[in-house]
Design a protein around this ligand. Structure first.
Ligand code: SF4
Ligand code: SF4
Length: 116
């Protein structure tokens, strides 16, 4: 039997743009929690930190990294990070037959698939 292992190595790669991976979507609940955490109104939060695309609202990127990523500190909104981030890397798209897909093992150093 196989199992998925994950232990974040704080490399920050998942917080930066690479290939088709460039959108950190935020739900209305994410916006509510993030704006409260930053002491902003949801409207100001949206104006400062997000942009609206045809397929959803996403966080802004600065120099190819999420606006909330700090090279030394990592995620500066960690306690309230968006659902998309909080559920990484356990996305259904990343897993096949109980294993992380090879592409995910390359992207995320914290992922491995080991025998249970
Ligand atoms: S890519 Fe993986 S190991 Fe690196 S910060 Fe993201 S979750 Fe952690
Ligand atoms: S919100 Fe935090 S965890 Fe999510 S991409 Fe931005 S810096 Fe990374």
């Amino acid at each position: 039997m196989e199992k998925l292992n994950f232990e974040c190595q704080q490399c920050g790669y998942c917080c930066s743009q690479h290939g088709r991976y460039q959108y950190i979507y935020v739900t209305p609940k994410d916006v509510q929690q993030l704006s409260k955490y930053l002491n902003l109104t949801p409207k100001i939060f949206r104006e400062r930190f997000t942009k609206e695309l045809s397929h959803g609202v996403v966080l802004n990127f600065v120099q190819d990294s999420c606006v909330f990523h700090d090279e030394k500190k990592g995620c500066t909104v960690h306690p309230v990070k968006p659902r998309q981030c909080a559920t990484w890397p356990y996305w259904p798209d990343n897993i096949e037959d109980g294993h992380f897909k090879p592409g995910i093992l390359k992207i995320c150093k914290g992922c491995s698939t080991a025998s249970a």
